[in-house]
Ligand binder design. Structure first.
Ligand SMILES: [Zn+2]
Length: 363
């Protein structure tokens, strides 16, 4: 295990944001709305229509219906996020990722912390309903804001926060770029108000086993898949594995700067692991069949885009032909176009690299 010596305690920098029960957007002004309505009554028609369209996805929870908790094995829990777009947090990652927690006699291990400290407090509340044990470890399976922006909700426990070195570096970069982004992007500033990214305190490069209260927790560096330095959290006794954003169940993935080839190979590998439950980044915990189905989706998508490129089609043409996807009807369909773009960029970049290296004579 590698130790990143923190220059100062990260916990000391954290001022926890106020508890926001109401999720009315910060920019909403009742007075302005009243005036607008009086001056332009016809504005209410499209405005009302917008509210109706937005209603099923916007979060005004009367209760805890924005998530549910499953005990998938004794003392092993998954906090499953519903398909809801949050107004707090990084606007690019407004769907909470799933989280998990493992309760042992010597403390609690948290796997991922969702996309905001507000959702992470709901997670903490569920832990507190079940145990008084302190949270000893927080593990981030990647640097994606939808699985790590809730880290600060656990700062009071001063837990060891763990990720791979690659993910830790991305999280530190994200935090370092934070002040500049707040200055130049008011939308980002409004939705990130009261949120402070808290990067890992330690990293694991090689596979590592935590042994806490008789529960073995294996941390596995999967390399570059959905993002650089993705990790799996594997519980050999329970036959459960948390895969973070490497596996999505019934959700269109956010592909970004993935390594598609390795991602597909990793999914092939994890299917052969001796697991009964695979916990995805989004969607319900499942068996190996759903992991395979997701792998086949990635193969299908990259195959279709590659075919389009080979036929000399533009990105726009490929998108028009593929989107909306006919073969899958998953959550987050608005990410389909983005997924095609990401795969197109990855494949054309690979082609360029391949042709330029072919032209370069070897010494
Ligand atoms: Zn995600």
């Amino acid at each position: 295990m590698q130790y990143d010596a923190p220059a100062h305690s990260p916990a000391a920098q954290i001022r926890l944001g106020e508890n926001r029960l109401s999720r009315v957007p910060a920019t909403f002004s009742p007075r302005a709305a009243r005036l607008t309505g009086m001056l332009f009554p016809w504005l209410w028609v499209p405005f009302g229509l917008l509210l109706v369209l937005a209603a099923p996805r916007t979060v005004f929870p009367a209760n805890d219906s924005f998530y549910h908790v499953q005990e998938i094995n004794p003392h092993v829990f998954v906090w499953v996020a519903e398909d809801i777009l949050n107004q707090e947090g990084d606007p690019q990652f407004n769907r909470a990722g799933n989280a998990g927690f493992i309760i042992t006699q010597d403390g609690v291990v948290v796997v991922n912390t969702t996309n905001s400290p507000f959702n992470a407090r709901a997670l903490l509340y569920e832990i507190r309903k079940r145990t008084d044990q302190p949270v000893r470890y927080v593990i981030n399976t990647s640097a994606s804001p939808d699985v790590m922006l809730g880290n600060e909700a656990f700062a009071d426990f001063s837990p060891v926060i763990l990720s791979t070195p690659q993910a830790a570096e991305q999280m530190r970069n994200y935090r370092n770029e934070f002040p500049a982004r707040l200055d130049r992007d008011w939308k980002f500033a409004a939705s990130m108000r009261g949120i402070h990214p808290l990067p890992p305190t330690q990293t694991f490069d090689k596979d590592t086993t935590l042994d806490l209260g008789g529960q073995q927790i294996k941390l596995i560096n999967l390399g570059d898949n959905n993002s650089p330095g993705d990790a799996a959290v594997y519980l050999p006794q329970s036959k459960v594995v948390f895969l973070g954003n490497v596996f999505e169940n019934d959700y269109i993935p956010r592909i970004g700067s993935a390594n598609l080839k390795q991602w597909i190979e990793t999914l092939q590998k994890v299917v052969s692991w001796n697991c009964t439950v695979y916990v995805p980044g989004h969607g319900l915990p499942s068996g190996p069949v759903q992991v395979q189905r997701f792998q086949q989706f990635l193969e299908w998508l990259s195959g279709q885009v590659r075919l389009g490129i080979q036929k000399g089609k533009s990105l726009r043409q490929i998108q028009n032909e593929l989107v909306p996807f006919q073969s899958v009807h998953w959550h987050a369909p608005e990410l389909e176009g983005e997924a095609v773009t990401a795969v197109y960029r990855l494949l054309t970049r690979q082609d360029n690299q391949a042709s330029s290296s072919a032209e370069t004579p070897s010494p």
